[in-house]
Design a protein around this ligand. Sequence first.
Ligand SMILES: NC(=O)C1=CN([C@@H]2O[C@H](COP(=O)(O)OP(=O)(O)OC[C@H]3O[C@@H](n4cnc5c(N)ncnc54)[C@H](O)[C@@H]3O)[C@@H](O)[C@H]2O)C=CC1
Ligand SMILES: O=C(O)CCC(=O)C(=O)O
Length: 527
Amino acid sequence: MAKVLVSDPIDQVGIDILSQVAQVDVQTKLSPEELIKIIPEYDALMLRSQTKVTKEVVEAGTQLKIIGRAGVGVDNIDVPAATRQGIVVVNSPEGNTIAAAEHALAMMLSLSRHIPDANQSVKENKWDRKRFMGTEVYKKTLGVVGLGKIGSHVAGVGKSLGMKLLAYDPFISKERADQIGCTLVDLDLLFSEADYITLHIPKTPDTTHLINQEALAKMKPNVRIINCARGGVIDEDALAEFLQEHPDAGAALDVFEQEPLGESKLRGLPNVILTPHLGASTAEAQVNVAIDVAEQIRDVLLGLPARSAVNIPGLTPDVMEKLRPYLQLAETLGNLVAQLAGGRIEQLTVRLQGDLAANETQPIVVAAIKGLLSEALRERVNYVNAAIEAKERGIRVIETRDASIRDYSGSLHLEAKGSMGEHSVTGALLSNGEIRITDLDEFPINVPPSNYMLFTLHRDMPGIIGKIGSLLGSFNVNIASMQVGRKIVRGDAVMALSLDDPLPEGILSEITKVAGIRDAYTVKLSI
Ligand SMILES: NC(=O)C1=CN([C@@H]2O[C@H](COP(=O)(O)OP(=O)(O)OC[C@H]3O[C@@H](n4cnc5c(N)ncnc54)[C@H](O)[C@@H]3O)[C@@H](O)[C@H]2O)C=CC1
Ligand SMILES: O=C(O)CCC(=O)C(=O)O
């Protein structure tokens, strides 16, 4: 039975789903060393934001098939390391959107009305109404940085509160911003105009310290900044200094450069509200993300695709379902052409032909690479790491389409160039979904792939087929089917044989000694 480690607190509903297919161990607050020590025995890891899945953890997780982040941000996981190791990384892109948006809105209103300090003062037996004079958000300008799922929900509520909306997001169209009711502006204008600035961006090299001393200098002296996105998008030292110098300004922060927050000047400031990364902490969000991610882990452990894998771009279950027969075709042809080419492959060309050319290329190309590399890497290569493994091996992959080639309703053509030569294969699907190899090195054939195959390149001359048949018979190899493909009579030809038995050692050299045989290749395929 598969084993799943749950290393941060997740809702019981997630544990119940995982328990349908696996032994589930919940061990939270593990030190990095403890995690590295136990991870080798697990097939899957499920976590929230506390666990740090470093390169060392990934490398120790030799059995890991999937890492599931019960939330949005995967910045606590070394995704490139997981990808290299063929581990699927999944998240829950929408499960906590509302929770995080509502936390940002709660922070905005708390800042405006001094709720945390007023509450504290009453609890200290004080009745200080003057000290907590607030401001209204009505008719104020809300600047939303990052108009994605959370940012657009915050903007929508801001609008219904009567706020004027400005937004900055270089990847969002004007039409989308209009739909939400935001005016798209550049960052400088947003900084200078906004009364409230709320951040809803991922932490990337571009967004790191987006709010720094220079940016703060452009803002109003009473600006209020809310960060429920990611620590590190604000330079905390610069912010602390700004807030000291501008007592009418304020900040409400849920996320920090270091979590848990260590020594920080922010703690002592009266105009700051701090929460311990609570954006996603609602009962509803925790149920949503637990179900979302546990179901994906369950599916992957059952050999099914994950619906929100962050490191298999484009291969959603819908695409997978639609393309499944073509992915199988691509893998088979990839494996076949790798065996024909032999040696080190330097270049793979994948051409989608006919109707197939209308499909998304990427998953089919990845499947072809997977087939190609499975010759060398066996089960180490999968849909997650195929592209990166090819890149690291210096294999140039070229994708092309040609809708004009109409020999079958859709066909796939692969060419591999390598240290030992160059070969090409084409294959197609019949209407019943069966695979046919329809071309080999430009010679037309029509054979189904089988576990054991023999291909020859020979001169088209009388007697040669009989000689090969007798030779195989003398080695007790039964021929299931045989086909010859040629372009001209008595010119060059290929012979494709499907065999019931593996070819014994030594037979290939006997075959190549037959007069008229130029080359012979044995191929094993997983069908
Ligand atoms: N505090 C918490 O507990 C939670 C925090 N989050 C964080 O909130 C952030 C936003 O999450 P979602 O809205 O779900 O993500 P999303 O992917 O839907 O939206 C992010 C938006 O940021 C934009 N963006 C990217 N680079 C940008 C840049 N340089 N400048 C301006 N905009 C840029 C993107 O175009 C996108 O529209 C993420 O960092 C996520 O990890 C999410 C949930 C809970
Ligand atoms: O799991 C959590 O509590 C944090 C959520 C979060 O930051 C995210 O989903 O990006």
